[in-house]
Design a protein around this ligand. Structure first.
Ligand code: PA5
Length: 503
């Protein structure tokens, strides 16, 4: 039997876009027409008046406006509870305006030169040193990027992520994918001491040195603090090329710094366009006129929902490539809001898939849920639905109405938006016009501003994560890291005191 041929399917336009990026074809980001077509829209119609407990009225939100506007002013002026170790953590606000062309050109040139030499690029990091890069990469590239030919990838190397967990099988499987390939690695850690990243780096570095000796040093990039930390020191000793995580920008706000830009440039993603998206939303979100500022409205809606008893935010998308952006939001919001018993649990979701699983809970479970849709308006590709000779599934009507898979996929959001609202779940939609770096940049800046405002409304600092530090300390103690002996003893004592219940 011969293998399957794709008949009548045309070119995959995601691959075409990758190839164009490889040839440095750029979107006209400065043109008013492009800007008009690529404007993220926030639709909050369904946030109001959902029946049942915890319904939100427009007046609930109107009441919040003075506080939201005040919070916005404080944020812009660098006032309030925004410090981490005496540093105001709001550097991400002006970063889009401060990034220079020469800085972007240098990153693109390093990535371009190194990318040509290697078969695979491995990004090592966790949390904010991982999620934004993967989210942007996945949003803009082919689902099976690494299985495509180099030409189909637009000349980019394969891209892998490690250090985001401690699963030995996952690690080993990824190593198998790297076998026989020329690789470069970028180890990303602001603190330079995160265990998952450090362990992954040890293993990869050893392998690289065993294979290529001192030549490995040229293939190792380090993204870390400008002056301090273990990675900075090691980079100094070995002469690794370094990139910087600025002091005043925390991990989950760092996708527009070197943390994100180097890996994205390696995948041929247009980082200038990415910056332009951030700049555009920065302008839009600079006004105090509440109903004209989507970041402020977004923050107020979520806060009103939380006050009305909504403790879970389902962030659902109809686009597989945007699922990772929902995962980025799963970090940004809970890590920033989850203090002092506050905050909403954010759960990323892919529709239709999840409509056939926890969709039942969303429709009819406890009414403590709100929903945010990441709705991709226009996919790269169009998939026609063919006529069937027997029409046993009764779907020929779709063909008669000229509906393709794209048209049905719209309803995967519009249907639940209506039904869930009727079932008592307030919901809002972020309409993302197309898959491009410009739109991703807008989305990120809007969400970063929204979560910062949320911190003011909740009354605590959204730029620190003491809870994450607590798990790190417990893990260090349990693996008996030197310096954590006392903590280890305390934990072991408490664990022994507890009655073991194992069935
Ligand atoms: O948002 C954050 O600050 C965290 O999620 C960090 O990014 C994460 O803990 C990784 O830290 P580091 O970059 O220091 O390895």
């Amino acid at each position: 039997m011969e293998g399957l041929r794709l008949i009548d399917t045309g070119t995959n336009l995601t691959i075409a876009a990758q190839q164009e990026r490889g040839e440095q074809v750029r979107n006209p980001v400065e043109s008013p027409a492009f800007k008009a077509e690529n404007r993220i829209v926030l639709d909050v119609t369904n946030m109001f008046d959902a029946p049942g407990p915890g319904s939100i009225r427009r007046s609930d939100v109107e009441m919040l406006i003075p506080d939201v506007v005040k919070a916005h002013r404080m944020l812009r002026n660098g006032e309030g509870d925004i410090y981490d170790h005496d540093i105001p953590m709001t550097g991400w606000q002006d970063l889009p305006a401060q990034i220079t062309e020469s800085c972007l050109a240098e990153i693109a040139s390093v990535a371009g030169d190194l990318g040509k030499e290697i078969d695979a690029y491995v990004s090592l990091g966790i949390g904010g040193s991982y999620l934004g890069i993967e989210a942007t990469f996945k949003a803009l590239t082919h689902t099976y990027f690494n299985q495509l030919t180099r030409d189909e990838r637009g000349g980019a190397p394969e891209i892998y992520f490690l250090g985001q967990n401690m699963d030995p099988d996952f690690f080993r499987d990824t190593l198998d994918m790297l076998q026989g390939k020329r690789i470069a690695v970028n180890v990303i850690s602001k603190s330079g001491t995160t265990t998952e990243t450090a362990v992954a780096f040890r293993i990869i570095r050893k392998l690289m040195e065993e294979n290529w000796g001192n030549e490995a040093d040229r293939l190792i990039l380090v993204t870390t603090d400008r002056t301090r930390g273990a990675l900075k020191e090691m980079a100094g000793e070995r002469g690794y090329r370094t990139f910087v995580v600025p002091d005043d920008i925390g991990g989950r706000f760092s996708v527009l710094t070197d943390v994100g830009l180097v890996g994205l440039a390696m995948a041929n993603i247009d980082i200038q366009e990415f910056v332009a998206g951030f700049r555009t939303m920065r302008d839009i979100a600079s006004v105090d006129d509440f109903w004209r500022n989507p970041a402020l409205v977004h923050a107020a809606m979520r806060h009103a929902a939380w006050r009305a008893g909504k403790k879970i935010e389902v962030v659902a998308t109809n686009a597989v490539p945007l699922y990772s952006a929902a995962r980025w939001m799963e970090q940004l919001f809970p890590e920033s809001e989850g203090h002092e018993g506050h905050g909403m649990w954010v759960t990323p979701s892919l529709y239709s898939e999840k409509l056939h699983a926890n969709g039942q809970m969303v429709q009819e479970g406890e009414r403590n849920i709100m929903e945010t849709f990441l709705f991709l308006r226009s996919h790269d590709n169009q998939v026609r639905i063919p006529r069937a000779d027997n029409n046993l599934d009764g779907l020929d009507f779709l063909v008669e109405k000229g509906m393709d898979m794209n048209a049905v996929n719209r309803m995967v959001i519009e249907g639940p938006a209506y039904a869930h609202h009727q079932g008592g779940v307030p919901n809002m939609t972020l309409e993302i016009p197309r898959r491009n770096a410009f739109n991703l940049g807008q989305l990120y800046y809007m969400m970063e501003t929204s979560v910062a405002i949320s911190g003011y409304l909740l009354g605590h600092n959204p730029f620190i994560q003491p809870g994450v530090e607590a798990y790190k300390r417990a893990m260090f103690a349990l693996i008996e890291k030197p310096g954590f002996e006392q903590a280890a003893q305390d934990i072991q004592k408490r664990l022994k005191e507890r009655e073991k219940i194992r069935i």
